[in-house]
Design a binder for this molecule. Structure first.
Ligand code: NAD
Ligand code: TYD
Length: 352
C-alpha cells in the first residue's frame, strides 16, 4: 500500500509525511515541484528510508502525474500542493491561478483516469483528500459564530478565491464522476518547517536576529491557530474514517489577535533565550502598513470532526508555541539555509 502526497516538501506536507512514517506502515511518494516554498531539507531524515520515494514535478503535468500513479499505484492522494501566501497572491496572483485552480483541475483529471483503471474493491477504497483553508469562508465580525461546514464561500483574497475554486472542482469531480473525495478546511497552522514568510516563523526569526516584528495595521486581526501535528493527526483520521464527499473543518479553538501572538512569542523567547541586554523582545514589535483587503477575523467550528470522528487538538497555543520556538532555536542551520537560499544547493547535491 502506498499514498501519494503532493506539496510534500512544504510546511504542512513535510510534517504530514514525517508524522505518517511515525504512525503508519504504507509507503509514501512525495510529489513536489520545489517552488521557493518547497524544501527537500524538510524530508532529509527520510533520505535512507526505502519506503519513501520523491518525485519532482508539477501537479499540472498530467503526463508525469499519470505515469507516477501508474508506477506506484497509490491507494490515496493527499493534495497539499498550492501557492499558499496571501501577500504573494496580492502582488503576483498568476501562479495562484495556475497551481491552485488549473493544477488542481489537471490533478483531478489524471486521478480520475487512474481511478477508472482500478478494480472494484480498490476503487471503493481509494481516497482523494484535498487540503483547503478556512479563508474560503471570508471575513468574520467580532460577533459572528465561527465557520461551520455550512457557511457560504465568500473568499476575499486572490489566494482564498483560488482555493475556493479548487474546492468547487474537487466537489464537482465527486458529484459528477463519483471520484471518492474529501475536502478539509483548516485554520492557520504553525509549527516546525514553516517558511518564514508567514507571521509566526517570521516573528521568531526576526526577534532573534534583532529585527522588527512587523504587525500589519492595528495588529488586532484574529486568526484561529492550529498546531501542525494536530492537523496531521486529523488528516490521517479523515483518510481512515472520513465520509466520502464530505468536508471537515479543522481548527485549534485558539482565537488570538496578531498582537497576542507576537507578545507570546516574545514571552517564550525571553524565557528560552533572553536578549543580551535583558530587555524583552516585545520592544521589537512594530506596526507597519496594513495588507490590502485584510480579513479581520477567521475562526473555525470543529464540532463536526470532533463529534463524528473523535478528533481533538492536543496542544494548547502556549504548549504548541513553546515546541515551535524550541524547534526554530534548535535548527539554526535550517533557518540560515532558508534565509540564504542555500537549501537549493542542497537539493542539487542530493536529488537532481
Ligand atoms: P507551503 O507553501 O509551505 O507548501 C506548498 C508546497 O507545494 C511546496 O512544497 C511547493 O513546492 C509545492 N507546490 C507548489 N506548487 C506546486 C505545483 N504546481 N506542483 C507540485 N507542488 C507544488 O504551504 P503549506 O503551508 O504547507 O500549505 C499546504 C496546504 O495547506 C495548501 O494547500 C494550503 O492552501 C493549505 N493551508 C495551509 C494553511 C497554513 O496555515 N499554512 C492553512 C490552511 C490551509
Ligand atoms: P499569515 O501568516 O500570512 O497567514 P494568513 O494571511 O493566511 O492568515 O498572516 C497571519 C496574520 O498575520 C494575518 O492577519 C496577517 C498578519 N501578518 C502581519 O501582521 N505581519 C506579517 O509580517 C505577516 C506575514 C502577517
Amino acid at each position: 500500500m502506498t499514498i501519494l502526497v503532493t506539496g510534500a516538501a512544504g510546511f504542512i506536507g513535510s510534517n504530514f509525511v514525517l508524522n505518517w512514517f511515525d504512525k503508519e506502515k504504507e509507503d509514501v511518494i512525495s510529489f513536489d515541484n520545489l517552488t521557493y516554498a518547497g524544501n527537500l531539507d524538510n524530508l532529509s531524515s527520510l533520505l535512507k528510508n526505502n519506503r519513501h520515494y520523491f518525485v519532482k514535478g508539477d501537479i499540472g503535468n498530467s503526463e508525469l502525474i499519470s505515469s507516477t500513479l501508474q508506477k506506484y499505484q497509490p491507494t490515496a492522494i493527499i493534495n497539499f500542493a498550492a501557492e499558499s501566501h496571501v501577500d504573494k497572491s496580492i502582488s503576483a496572483p498568476d501562479t495562484f491561478i495556475k497551481t491552485n485552480i488549473l493544477g488542481t483541475y489537471k490533478l483531478l483529471k489524471s486521478t480520475l483516469s487512474y481511478w477508472g483503471t482500478l478494480k472494484e474493491k480498490q476503487k471503493k477504497d481509494f481516497r482523494f483528500i484535498h487540503i483547503s483553508t478556512d479563508e474560503v469562508y471570508g471575513d468574520l465580525d467580532k460577533n459572528n459564530s465561527p465557520f461551520t461546514e455550512e457557511n457560504r464561500y465568500i473568499p476575499n483574497s486572490p489566494y482564498s478565491a483560488s482555493k475556493a475554486a479548487s474546492d468547487h472542482l474537487v466537489r464537482a469531480w465527486h458529484q459528477t464522476y463519483n471520484l471518492p473525495v474529501i475536502t478539509t478546511n483548516c485554520s492557520n497552522n504553525y509549527g516546525s518547517f514553516q517558511f518564514p514568510e508567514k507571521l509566526i516563523p517570521l516573528c521568531i526569526i526576526n526577534a532573534i536576529n534583532e529585527k522588527p516584528l512587523p504587525l500589519y495595521g492595528d495588529g488586532k486581526q484574529i486568526r484561529d491557530w492550529l498546531y501542525v501535528d494536530d492537523h496531521c493527526e486529523a488528516i490521517r483520521l479523515i483518510l481512515k474514517k472520513g465520509a466520502i464527499g464530505e468536508t471537515y473543518n479543522i481548527g485549534g479553538n485558539t482565537e488570538k489577535t496578531n498582537i497576542q501572538v507576537a507578545l507570546l512569542i516574545c514571552k517564550v523567547l525571553d524565557n528560552l533565550q533572553p536578549r543580551s541586554d535583558k530587555i524583552s523582545y516585545d520592544q521589537q514589535i512594530s506596526f507597519v502598513k496594513d495588507r490590502q483587503g485584510h480579513d479581520r477575523r477567521y475562526a473555525i467550528d470543529s464540532s463536526k470532526i470532533q463529534k463524528e470522528l473523535g478528533w481533538h487538538p492536543k496542544e494548547t497555543f502556549e504548549s504548541g508555541m513553546v515546541k515551535t520556538i524550541e524547534w526554530y532555536l534548535d535548527h539554526e542551520e535550517w533557518v540560515k539555509n532558508i534565509i540564504s537560499g542555500d537549501y537549493k544547493k542542497w537539493i542539487d547535491n542530493h536529488y537532481l
